[in-house]
Design a protein around this ligand. Structure first.
Ligand code: ZN
Length: 272
């Protein structure tokens, strides 16, 4: 079972695990360009690197929102769990009304289309930030890679399905867009609020648990490492001070728990 159901007030939620990408230790250690590899190795200690993909499904008054789509069935081995998870909940991809794209890295967007290029979530409209659209369509347009050109073509073909939002916009009752810029230019999360309960989905605010204690380490795929550090410090502080239930896309499934100050950084207590 790779579905974790919970609720935030009147919002029915679930975390669906797309898969757990095996990340070998050397590969993880090489992903922190401004850290000494020996320090990353020590920070990892005896822990297995985390490599889960945790997708948030929300039902807000009958509107079903899926935050990102994972790799999909055409992705690497072991992926495609989101479609199975929807099935376990008695849902089909066609039941999703809104796909909220937090950012355009492949582990978040590749599952939009099947192998034939048809949209998997046939009835959904897509929501993202203008900054994210501009960064990636610009990068793909400037790239000579066939894969990037194919992505550009796919996204342009879907342009009329997209709505662009900014931080503070409510995409459905109780579901508000949050600015997480840095990891990518338009990286965005979601704040859920209902009946006094809150959840903050911080997506790729960090990729490994040890980053909670090493806030200034850049991640190799950050578009702007310095901005990502500022965002990480600010948002983790808000999670800790507000004692907000927090969801991380890449920590061990379900990636849900609370953040508290610990030493010079933070600790994370997963939900039971
Ligand atoms: Zn990611």
């Amino acid at each position: 079972m790779s579905v974790h159901q919970f609720s935030i007030g009147e919002l029915e939620c679930a975390v669906l695990q797309e898969g757990s990408a095996f990340m070998d230790r050397a590969n993880v250690i090489a992903r922190y360009p401004n850290a000494d590899p020996a320090d990353v190795d020590a920070a990892l200690g005896d822990d297995e690197p985390s490599g889960s993909l945790n997708l948030l499904l929300i039902n807000s008054g009958g509107t079903r929102i899926l935050a990102d789509v994972g790799f999909g069935e055409a992705g690497p081995p072991g992926m495609g769990g989101v479609l199975r998870g929807l099935g376990e909940l008695g849902l089909a991809p066609g039941d999703i009304d809104i796909i909220f794209l937090t950012h355009f890295h492949s582990d978040h967007i590749a599952g939009l289309c099947d192998e034939a290029g048809a949209p998997v979530y046939a009835n959904a409209r897509y929501i993202t930030t203008q900054a994210e659209w501009d960064e990636w369509t610009g990068r793909w347009a400037a790239s000579s890679s066939a894969a990037d050109q194919a992505l550009l073509e796919q996204f342009r073909a879907f342009q009329d399905r997209f709505t662009f939002v900014s931080a503070g916009d409510e995409i459905a009752p109780g579901v508000t867009v949050v600015d997480l810029a840095g990891h990518t230019q338009g990286h965005a999360g979601l704040l859920l609020e209902s009946q006094g309960e809150r959840l903050l989905h911080v997506v790729d605010l960090l990729h490994q648990a040890f980053q909670l204690q090493h806030l200034d380490w850049h991640f190799g795929f950050d578009s702007d490492g310095a901005a990502a550090v500022d965002t990480r410090r600010r948002v983790l502080g808000e999670c800790a001070e507000g004692q907000i239930l927090t969801l991380f896309y890449h920590l061990d499934f379900p990636g849900l728990g609370t953040v508290a100050r610990a030493g010079t950084g933070y600790g994370f207590t997963p939900v039971a």
